[in-house]
Design a protein around this ligand. Structure first.
Ligand code: ARG
Length: 452
């Protein structure tokens, strides 16, 4: 039924058109935000005497009890064109014709923009707290594994040894930037569109600041046309979620690699892994694979919304109804992944010996030998070339750098000494700020903990 605008039409909407047009199947998710927005709007309408204060009171009370009934499951939202229509219908069923006063000085265009901003704001707060919990897990594991040494990679070739905690903390800082990005985006999300009407404002003497205050918005959108047609806040949020998805995907890929027999660096807990229906021996790193696999859909939602809005003239266009499903799915996807990865990491067993062994005989201390030569005054370029030749001759004769005798070292440079040739000594050498020595990683951990 055309509940909101039946006066204009003589016949019902065709069924196939209705199914295309309705957003209720997905925007019903906004029911709380829609009620909250209406409570604030009705309150303001009463305070400004645009509607009688007893009518305002009646509407607000009814909306509040509607909210409680929906929250407890005592009531169900009826199928409708969209959530805004549905709530208004419910209100009318509860208090009769006076419900019709709620939509004074309001359009669904400023209403839906308000609902969506409230929803994104809540999602930002939720995801930020999930990120924080994950960061806490990372710092706990990093602290526990402070003495675990592993190969660091470039080009996925063993490059120089690092502390496992140093490697894990890299993800802490990625997530820290994610949290900052969300916090920054939140300021622009948290502006009130309501009071913009359909597009041009309203002739009623409304008080937008009051509505903003009631809904916890920091400010009021300054241009009514922009307010109803702007979806930048959703784009920014989706792009922040996409970057989070990149980070989770990269961590997922590392866990997949580390969990392979070839690496053998990590043993995932049974509670976070699944098996194979055919191969009895399999224990698969599904969470990590899904972290990698689900990134695509989040990027896709960002691309879809960019494409939806890019050619739209001002102001509201029905195309914009397409802003919701992808946005909701991106929120759900990231909200599922963050705790799942956190659980995966906190329950994983790192194979410390295997990691340390992997640093032996792999030439990953070659830079240390070059640095030892530099300390004797050899220019780095020359030292690099000397050690590179040594590596080549070792490879040809099947030896490793650590096996070089002191005489062989003296033959390259009589003054050079390289007493401690193991991975731990190599890691301790990298004592520069932000480096992998124990003291520097502890410093980093302390800084990380301060952020939480
Ligand atoms: N369901 C619509 C949406 O999500 C609400 C706004 C409808 N506005 C309109 N003028 N038809 O965008």
């Amino acid at each position: 039924m055309r509940t909101l605008y039946s006066g204009r039409f003589e016949v019902e909407l065709k069924e196939a058109i209705r199914r295309l047009n309705d957003s209720f199947p997905f925007d019903r998710r906004l029911w709380q935000e829609d009620i909250d927005g209406s409570i604030a709007h009705a309150t303001m309408l009463g305070e400004t005497e645009i509607i009688r204060s007893e009518d305002s009171l009646k509407i607000v009370e009814a909306l509040k009890s509607l909210k409680a009934d929906l929250a407890s499951g005592r009531a169900q939202v009826p199928d409708s064109e969209d959530i805004h229509t549905a709530i208004e219908q419910m209100l009318k069923a509860s208090i009769g014709e006076v419900a019709g006063k709620l939509h004074t000085a309001r359009s669904r265009n400023d209403q839906v923009a308000t609902d969506l901003r409230l929803h994104v704001r809540a999602a930002i707060d939720h995801i930020q707290s999930q990120i924080k919990a994950f960061q806490k897990t990372i710092t706990d594991v990093a602290e526990r594994e402070i003495d675990t040494v592993m190969p660091g990679y470039t080009h996925l070739q063993r490059a120089q040894p690092v502390r496992l905690s140093h490697h894990l903390l890299a993800y802490f800082w990625m997530l820290e930037r994610d949290r900052e990005r969300l916090q920054d985006a939140r300021k622009r999300v948290n502006q009130l569109p309501l009071g913009s009407g359909a597009l041009a404002g309203t002739g009623f003497n409304i008080n937008r600041r009051r509505v903003a205050e009631l809904l916890g918005f920091e400010g009021v959108c300054p241009n009514s046309l922009d307010a109803v047609s702007d979806r930048d806040f959703a784009l920014e949020f989706l792009s922040s979620l996409s970057i989070i998805a990149v980070h989770l995907s990269r961590l997922g890929e590392e866990i997949v690699l580390w969990n392979s027999r070839e690496f053998g660096f990590i043993d995932l807990d049974d509670s976070v892994a699944t098996g194979s229906s055919m191969m009895p021996q399999k224990k698969n790193p599904d969470v990590a694979e899904l972290a990698r696999g689900k990134a695509g859909r989040v990027f896709g939602h960002l691309m879809a919304l960019l494409t939806t809005v890019k050619g739209l003239p001002l102001s509201y266009n029905k195309d914009m109804q397409e802003d919701k499903e992808g946005l909701f799915d991106a929120i759900d996807t990231i909200s599922l992944l963050l705790p799942a990865l956190s659980e995966t990491l906190s329950t994983a067993k790192f194979q410390r010996e295997r990691m340390e062994q992997a640093c032996h005989g792999d030439f990953s201390t070659a830079t240390d030998l070059a640095d030892a030569l530099v300390r004797q005054g050899v220019p780095f370029r020359e030292a690099h070339s000397i050690v590179a030749k040594l590596v080549r001759s070792c490879l040809e004769s099947g030896r490793v750098l650590e096996d070089l005798t002191d005489d062989e070292l003296k033959a390259i440079n009589p003054a050079v000494t390289w007493p401690e040739r193991n991975a731990l000594a190599s890691v301790e050498q990298r004592d520069s700020q932000g480096g992998s020595s124990k003291q520097r990683v502890q410093e980093q951990l302390a800084e990380a903990r301060k952020r939480l």
